[in-house]
Design a protein around this ligand. Structure first.
Ligand SMILES: [Zn+2]
Length: 295
């Protein structure tokens, strides 16, 4: 089963109140959630509390969850809300975080399309268009990879996923700012052409700025260039070859994707003491009550 369809099945089972499915989700995801919380919170037990909050929050928001979206990203989004909440209320001590990292997260907006107030038909149409854009972006990304145009791909990943400005990207790659703008211009132009060919007027009518925002939103929401767990595992084992090795290092070190970093740390700790079966049990017993209430 593809990871996404496995997740979809798991969520269906949880919606039906299956405790074993809930336990399975905790087993699969709590490690990376904790790894992420620990990059922001000084104390382990505070971090565990926030993960517990996020799991309960997931069960409570389950009616609004769109299973077509990435379960992992959804869980991280909830965790992030809970973290910001707690840190703001100063109930817990933060780990000193550099401002830039905070900024990066702030530019990652919450997943949209989960507002229940949206009219269903309107939401459906927006979804259809978004899926189309995702499809086209994926094709575009594959095309860069097939042509081994990794620098161009990295430039647009930093612009759209990393939220960096042209100047910052130019400095990072030692490029001319105009060259960076050119890569972006060509990428947007290619997307517009795709839409034209499909006779899709709506996205094509968007101005350049709106198009930028839409692409960035979709890229982040769907995490189009994030790394699979298996790729991160191979990376840790040192068995990854170029160009994937170079690309993985870029996503981890330059983009500094907090979600892939949390996964990496979680995989690293899978075999050592930080992985504690008692913790899983505690997370399960403290949240399972909310499962029956939602079903
Ligand atoms: Zn990532």
């Amino acid at each position: 089963m593809e990871p996404e369809s496995a997740d979809r099945y798991l969520v269906e089972e949880i919606r039906r109140g299956q405790e074993s499915a809930w336990r399975q989700l905790i087993d699969a995801y709590h490690g990376r959630l904790l790894a992420f919380a620990r990059t922001r919170i000084a104390s382990l037990s505070d971090a565990e509390d926030v993960v517990q909050d996020a799991l309960v929050g997931f069960l409570q928001s389950l009616p609004n969850y769109d299973p077509a979206r990435s379960l992992e990203t959804y869980l991280f989004t909830i965790l992030r809300y809970k973290l910001v909440d707690r840190l703001r209320s100063r109930k817990i001590a933060p780990l000193s975080v550099d401002a830039e990292e905070d900024d990066w997260w702030d530019r990652i907006g919450p997943a949209d399309g989960e507002t229940p107030s949206q009219a269903a038909a309107q939401a459906e149409e927006a979804r259809r268009r978004e899926d189309l854009l995702v499809d086209l972006l994926r094709r575009m990304i594959h095309d860069y990879r097939d042509r081994a145009a990794f620098q161009d791909l990295q430039v647009i990943e930093l612009l759209f996923y990393g939220g960096k400005r042209n100047l910052e990207v130019a400095e990072l790659f030692d490029m001319d700012q105009k060259a960076v703008a050119g890569v972006k211009f060509r990428a947007i132009g290619k997307l517009r052409k795709f839409f034209e060919e499909l006779g899709e007027a709506v996205l094509n009518e968007l101005g350049d700025d709106a198009m930028d925002i839409t692409v960035a939103q979709v890229w982040r929401d769907r995490r189009l260039t994030c790394l699979k767990r298996s790729t991160l595992g191979s990376y840790l084992l040192g068995v990854l070859d170029d160009p994937w090795l170079g690309y993985t290092q870029f996503h981890i070190d330059v983009v500094a994707c907090p979600l892939c970093l949390a996964n990496l740390r979680d995989i690293e700790q899978e075999d050592i003491a930080e992985h504690d079966p008692q913790r899983t049990e505690h997370l399960f017993t403290s949240s399972v009550g909310f499962l029956s209430r939602t079903s």
